[in-house]
Design a protein around this ligand. Structure first.
Ligand code: ZN
Length: 489
């Protein structure tokens, strides 16, 4: 398999040939969700983007270790160093243990990702499971002189770091500009500089998520977990770090600084960022309260939605845009995506039934090489999809007898469809959701038992007994009543 992938490296600000540090092994780390609410469309985007990358890397025969974290501690309101922990706040409001919140929303996140056909990462570490490792990194940074303790908390010394390094290199910000733009906020007097960020926070008395440490009973800063867990599972230097563009600053900028300050070297070779989902031109998210959860999409249960959209429609909608472009939500665009997706699936069914002839009037090799070209060009999924619609045109045209296809070309177009539609874009027929499945099962049992009633009326007792016995074997308990029947599983 020829490997000719180019990806846009945010750090280099250009597309680069992808060369793993230790080929064929690829280390991929992506910032996962903070689990204090249901996943919305904004969460689907990074999940689908890096699923596409994960699938393609595996397809071109790399051995990928994909790590995507779960943030369950330390992410404070407004992404700041002051305020309540997002999970602890939810736990307080719902009168639950924080870890109940974490389990509940992690499970729901997994269910959403499964319906979107997003593959599970190889490792999904939680911040709360790596407190000791985080304390060790705080120690390393302190020892190397890039952090200081203040009133039981430990802060990263941005100014000190910036003397020998470039704080802001990823986001293109300059510390001088940041400083002139930052107001000194109340409660930040523990910091030497308002741009310093917390590595360890002393917990206020009412703060429920806390661990003992040599500095204080407290909790790790939000940025620290990703530096710690990425290097723990992928090594001090690894290939790709991904996430949403909204994490570029300060989260990823701080990660770079922490890893360099602790280990003396930068850990990430390629930084990749997906763009945002917008709604009426504004970023969809919790902070603006303009988000639509994935379950709301699947059920059509939101004032912005004209109807329900299936998980695969949502996946196709996301993939129709290049990951570095914004995607604006609209019912119109989703309905167009739904039509496009159905057309693609229908062509798959037609393709399965297509018969080859002796001659061919189509060129599948060229089409296949165009599909690879699109993927190799920084995962250009919209261009890939346009080539796949050319395949759809060919399939339908052969089916209508307007064009001819021989055995080799038929095999090639089948392999193209399976490779790009199924394996790489991860598109498949939507699975019925559980509620639909349950109601379908109920309807079918009713129908069969009504047929049994008809058989009894016709004195066909052999059939009626057979139906009863077969259903009983499958675990359906039947009770004959005056008016007909009752049943339970
Ligand atoms: Zn992160």
């Amino acid at each position: 398999m020829e490997k000719n992938l180019h990806i846009y490296n945010t750090l280099a600000r250009k597309k680069e040939v992808f060369k793993p540090i230790n080929s064929p092994f690829v280390g991929l780390y992506v910032c996962g969700p903070t689990v204090y609410g249901d996943a919305h469309l904004g969460h689907a985007r990074p999940a689908i983007t890096f699923d596409l990358l994960f699938r393609y890397l595996k397809h071109i025969e790399y051995k990928v270790r994909y790590v995507r974290n779960i943030t369950d501690v330390g992410h404070l309101e407004n992404d700041a160093d002051e305020g309540e922990d997002k999970i602890a706040k939810k736990a307080r409001l719902e009168q639950l243990e924080p870890m109940e919140i974490v389990e509940y929303y992690t499970h729901r996140y997994h269910k959403n990702m499964e319906s979107l056909n997003v593959l599970r990462p190889n490792i999904e570490p939680k911040a709360s499971g790596h407190i000791i490792e985080q304390q060790i990194m705080v120690d390393q940074i302190l020892e190397n002189g890039f952090a200081y303790e203040s009133n039981g908390s430990v802060y990263f010394d941005v100014e000190r770091y910036n003397k020998s390094n470039n704080y802001g290199k990823l986001s293109g910000r300059k510390l001088e500009d940041l400083q002139s733009n930052t107001r000194v906020l109340e409660g930040q007097d523990e910091k030497r500089n308002p741009n310093d960020f917390a590595l360890w926070k002393k917990a206020a008395p009412e703060h429920i998520m806390r661990w003992p440490s040599k500095w204080s009973d407290g909790f790790p800063g939000w940025h620290l977990e990703c530096s710690v867990m990425s290097t723990k599972y992928l090594g001090e230097q690894f290939d790709i770090h991904g996430g949403g563009m909204d994490l570029l600053f300060p989260h990823h900028e701080c990660e770079i600084a922490q890893s360099k300050a602790a280990n003396g070297q930068e850990s990430v070779k390629y930084w990749m960022h997906n763009n945002m989902i917008t709604i009426g031109g504004q970023k969809m998210g919790k902070s603006l309260n303009n988000f639509i959860t994935l379950d709301e999409f699947f059920e059509g249960n939101h004032e912005f939605l004209e109807k329900a959209y299936s998980p695969m429609t949502v996946r196709f909608f996301v993939l129709q845009a290049h990951y570095r472009s914004t995607v604006d939500f609209s019912n119109e665009a989703l309905q167009a995506a739904e039509k496009g997706f159905e057309k693609l699936m229908k062509a798959g069914e037609t393709l399965a039934k297509l018969k080859a002839g002796a001659e061919s009037s189509v060129n599948i090799d060229k089409l296949t090489s165009n599909c690879y070209k699109a993927m190799n060009d920084d995962l250009n999924s919209p261009i890939l999809i346009s080539h796949l619609f050319e395949a759809v045109r060919i399939i339908n045209s052969v089916n209508d007898g307007k064009e001819k296809i021989n055995t080799d070309d038929l095999d090639n177009i089948k392999s193209l469809y399976n490779t790009f539609v199924v394996d790489i874009l991860g598109l498949q027929e939507d699975k019925l959701n559980l509620a639909n499945e349950t109601s379908l099962t109920g309807d079918l049992i009713d129908m069969i038992l009504n047929l049994r009633l008809d058989a009894k009326k016709n004195k066909d007792f052999a059939t009626s007994d057979k139906i009863r016995d077969e259903l009983t074997k499958k675990g359906v308990k039947i009770k004959d009543t005056k008016d007909g029947f009752e049943w339970e599983i």
